[in-house]
Design a protein around this ligand. Structure first.
Ligand code: PLP
Length: 393
């Protein structure tokens, strides 16, 4: 159970800590001395229930999740989250007000755009509050200042307002939450943290709901973490399917109906317990390293040395994202000279630096520097970026 430490900059599924995978591999064979692996036991057994409880407790500790909020786990990924966010939260708003209001989307890249499109596809009333492309020459890569769009929410009702905190494809990250949203107590803020959960400290009480697919910072693909205000769960459970049907709103499939899942401690149907166990091992590993504050300091250092070298060689590399919203998780860049992309990737691989190809819709390069990627790996990349610029300028 050994491997050479990888330096994998892929956007997801991402590299995980080697010790976590070693423990997971042992537990896949024989968990808690049961003579059975963690993936072979009933999801209703005592040992499986403990995995669920532990994962919940460790996440609560890592994120300081207040008692006003519930944590649960669902099969599927971020995309499943787009759909069940829309249907569950539209229902909550109906229960609370007896009315329908549109959901408002703050679009800063392709994932928030997809979340918006999914709400519309499901016939959940939804509108775009702003699309950052409209402020930046039809391209993603910036977030407009609040003064440029806060008028658009004044006096309006929204069932919820949605944003993606870190746009993984375009490398755009909200530096902080928009105050015009968080200061308005009538707005329920929903955020996709799939690619930056546990990368920095956040105040969970400011969110009505957080969703995060596991396969970047917290584990393997297949599960999504949800953190939701308990009042919203109560509201959703008050609405009858018939009422939603009459209003033309979608009825949530039972396995994704949030109150049903919570009532059954995330095991209404068969939860992939191995995947959850890996997630819990990641949580324990992070706790043992000093938790989110320590991780945040390391992430800030990693992002700084990487952006610094790209800025230093700005005659050779191009950084398409505005400084104020550069992602600390996904560093996107291109070469100014044409025809060298293949060479860059090939020479990077020769040094053991993998996964650097940009998203197919954007091109260029993307270095994803999630929690598990060490400072040493980023230092190796920094040296390569410098050497490549000097020998190809
Ligand atoms: N949201 C964000 C921020 C993502 O980066 C991704 C995938 O990379 C998704 C949602 C979609 O996740 P999934 O592929 O698990 O559906």
């Amino acid at each position: 159970l050994e491997r050479e430490e990888p330096h994998h900059f892929g956007a997801g599924p991402a590299q995980l800590p080697t010790q976590v995978l070693q423990q997971a591999a042992r537990d896949l064979l024989n968990f808690n001395n049961l003579g059975l692996g963690v993936g072979e036991i009933s999801h209703r057994s005592k040992d499986a229930k403990k995995v669920i409880e532990d994962a919940k407790a460790h996440l609560k500790e890592l994120m300081n999740i207040p008692d006003t909020h519930e944590v649960f786990f669902l099969q599927g990924g971020g995309t499943t989250g787009f759909s069940c966010t829309a249907s569950n939260l539209a229902a909550a708003y109906v229960a609370k007000t007896g009315e329908i209001a549109p959901a408002g989307y703050l679009v800063t890249g392709s994932w928030s755009q997809k979340a918006y499109e999914e709400a519309r596809r499901l016939h959940v009333p939804a509108e775009v509050i702003f699309n950052s492309k409209d402020f930046n020459d039809k391209k993603y890569g910036s977030i407009p200042s609040e003064s440029e769009w806060s008028d658009r929410i004044k006096g309006k009702k929204f069932s919820y307002v949605y944003l993606c905190e870190n746009e993984t494809v375009h490398g755009v990250e909200w530096p902080k939450l928009p105050e015009c949203i968080t200061a308005d107590e009538n707005i329920e803020l929903v955020a996709d943290l799939s690619s930056d959960i546990l990368s920095r400290e956040i105040d969970v009480s400011r969110y009505a709901m957080i969703l995060a697919g596991a396969q970047k910072n917290i584990g393997l693909a297949g599960l999504t973490v949800y953190i939701i205000k308990k009042t919203i769960l109560d509201e959703i459970s008050k609405v009858h399917d018939d009422e939603l049907y009459k209003l033309g709103l979608p009825i949530t499939p039972i396995a994704f109906h949030f109150p049903t899942v919570v009532k059954n401690d995330s095991a209404y149907n068969t939860i992939p317990i191995f995947t959850l166990h890996v997630m819990d091992l990641v949580f324990q590993n992070l706790l043992s390293k000093g938790g989110v504050p320590a991780q945040q300091r390391e992430n800030e250092r990693k992002a700084k040395i990487l952006y610094d070298v790209l800025d230093q060689y700005s005659n050779f590399y191009n950084l398409p994202v505005e400084k104020s919203c550069r992602s600390k998780m996904n560093v996107v860049f291109t070469l100014k000279k044409e025809g060298l992309d293949g060479k860059f990737l090939q020479e990077a691989e020769q040094r053991g630096l993998t996964g650097l190809k940009g998203h197919r819709s954007v091109g260029g390069f993307r270095a994803s520097i999630y929690n598990s990627l060490s400072l040493e790996s980023v230092q190796k990349l920094v040296t390569f970026i410098k050497d490549f610029a000097e020998s190809n300028a």
